[in-house]
Design a protein around this ligand. Structure first.
Ligand code: N01
Length: 516
């Protein structure tokens, strides 16, 4: 007897974080129940489930860091802690009856486009299925990156990444000597978060960050009551916060004058917080503000002042069984810094998501191979030529340094929902972004980005690829992103008709004629 055919679903959503949950809610709102939502972890929540290190919190005001359709009047602080955001996302998923549809412990292993059948053949850790459309909602912060340091694998204490922190890690660091590698957004939250619990923190800095005060505070109970009673008040507050942040993009990323004002503010803050000139010099950046993500904190510099915290700026050369070894810049001599635990606050793989290895296009090539060859690019951060009916949420050039990613997610989910509706209403088997539209879109993005602080500010950052192109950030405001995503634009897509016999051949022909 032959095996029964794999089950089919119209839309397979991969990843149950803010993006995947928003997509499922959107489909449900449109009356579409023909979807599945798979999640590789044993709980939903995405990056807000994973980043549970002490001190983890949002660096965008909570009033803005929530779905527009699900306001939350009861945030405890202006900048909500990780647990509250995770709890919020789960509560929204429950309210919209998405939670019980999340298929946890189900990892996408391979999704291959079958051109003849015009569908995705998907293998997960729990079996096979086919899908008409694939929505990849795995985000930019799913896969942590570990530093390539000689000997790190031979360290005899625990080595942990900030995005893999567990309650057990809390116990491991108690009263111990902790080496923290990295001084990005995660590290500057983690160090104040653990400093009272550990014996010693050696903080290894490769590049000093620009830090501005955060201005965090509890949300007064009267304000919570007012938001609850008059939701319009919270909407108005959200609009103001959003507008202020939007204003920083043209002025900050593209104008050196405002950058100088911000640098003066950050320099003054550092002078006040770090009176010791040696420590202050170590913590002073040598590139323009905004080139890397600007960090906000009320307690990072305070933590650096603690006697139990040592800011190490000499480069790490290796790790031994019980120490981190640096080379003194002045003398060239090696210095051993004994450690019990190493915490890598070394970020993620936003430009090289491992899932791109697993998505195989019409010509049999993994998406990662296309991106290695041509550079990371997608049409509107969403669709890629050669990968019909693949839609990404938080794809290339959709990241933000200045505002809430939830705004981006909602706009992109709206666009994808329209694409899916287009397929249903026209009866098309598939749509595929054309090469010409994709490169016109990306050439314009790169033209705008080339004069931005991210490329001209004198730093290297994970926003940039090996060719120095910023393939990570959206160059404008969230308003302009919303405008770009407002309407699905079928005329720039190639439509694949349901009858495959002739169109498969012409599809192959069309691809081989593509400009790059
Ligand atoms: O990671 P990062 P992150 N040896 O890549 C250093 C989001 N986020 O986890 O600058 C020594 O920014 C590296 O040094 P350098 C947010 O989008 C949001 O902190 O490359 N050091 C850098 O200092 C953020 O942008 C919130 O020279 C090494 C650090 O590690 C993103 O997550 C909170 C090294 C990595 O910084 C990532 O932030 C937290 C090596 N071999 C995070 N390799 C919110 O509140 C790397 N480094 C919303």
């Amino acid at each position: 007897m032959s095996a029964p055919p794999a089950p089919h679903v119209r839309t397979l959503i991969v990843g149950a974080g803010f993006a995947g949950v928003a997509m499922a809610i959107r489909l449900r709102a449109a009356g579409d129940e023909d979807w599945r939502l798979i999640e590789r972890a044993s709980a939903m929540g995405g990056t807000w489930r994973d980043n549970a290190y002490p001190g983890a919190a949002c660096d965008v005001q909570s009033v803005l860091y929530s779905y527009s359709f699900a306001p939350q009047p009861r945030w405890s602080r202006r900048y909500a802690p990780q647990q509250e955001i995770d709890g919020y996302l789960v509560s929204v998923a429950r309210r919209y009856a998405i939670l019980n549809r999340v298929e946890t412990d189900t990892e996408l292993r391979r999704a291959a486009w079958d051109d003849a059948a015009a569908l995705w053949r998907v293998t997960t850790s729990r079996g096979e299925l086919t899908a008409t459309t694939l929505v990849v909602a795995t985000g930019a912060l799913a896969d942590p990156t570990m530093p390539a340091i000689q000997g790190l694998d031979r360290f005899e204490g625990a080595v942990v990444h900030t995005a893999r922190w567990t309650p057990e890690t809390d116990r491991l660091v108690q009263g111990r000597r902790v080496a923290v590698i990295g001084t990005g957004a995660s590290a500057i939250q983690l160090v104040p978060g653990i400093v009272d619990e550990v014996a010693q923190v050696d903080l290894y800095q490769r590049t000093a960050p620009w830090v501005l005060p955060r201005g965090d505070a509890p949300v007064p109970t009267a304000l919570v009551a007012a938001y609850t009673r008059f939701p319009a008040l919270q909407r108005a507050h959200r609009a103001v916060v959003r507008s202020v942040r939007e204003g920083t993009v043209p002025l900050f990323a593209y104008s050196s004058r405002l950058g100088r004002v911000a640098e003066a503010r950050a320099n003054a803050y550092r002078r006040t917080e770090l009176p010791d000139p040696v420590l202050r010099a170590k913590a002073t950046p040598d590139y323009r503000i905004g080139c890397k993500r600007v960090l906000i904190s009320d307690d990072y510099y305070q933590a650096l002042r603690r006697r139990s915290v040592d800011l190490v700026t000499d480069p790490i050369v290796s790790v031994t069984a019980g120490a981190v070894v640096t080379r003194e810049v002045a003398t060239g001599s090696l210095v051993e810094h004994p450690a019990d635990v190493i915490v890598c606050a070394t970020g993620f793989l936003p430009m090289r998501p491992p899932i791109a290895e697993r998505i195989v296009g019409a010509d049999g090539a993994p998406l990662a191979q296309r991106w290695d060859r041509d550079g990371v690019a997608a049409y509107k951060g969403t669709a890629v030529p050669g990968y019909p009916n693949l839609f990404m949420v938080v794809g290339p050039n959709t990241g933000l340094g200045h505002s809430s990613m939830i705004l981006i997610i909602e706009a992109q989910v709206g666009y994808v929902a329209q694409a899916l509706r287009h397929l249903q209403t026209t009866g098309a088997a598939a749509v595929e972004a054309t090469e010409s539209a994709t490169w016109a879109w990306n050439d314009e993005l790169q033209r705008r980005l080339s004069r931005s602080i991210w490329l001209t500010g004198g730093c290297s950052s994970w926003y940039l690829d090996a060719h120095g192109r910023n393939v990570t950030l959206w160059p404008g405001t969230t308003w302009s992103f919303e405008r770009a995503m407002a309407r699905f634009d079928p005329h720039v897509y190639r439509t694949i008709a349901p009858s495959r016999a002739s169109s498969s051949a012409s599809a192959t022909q069309a691809r081989s004629n593509s400009p790059r």
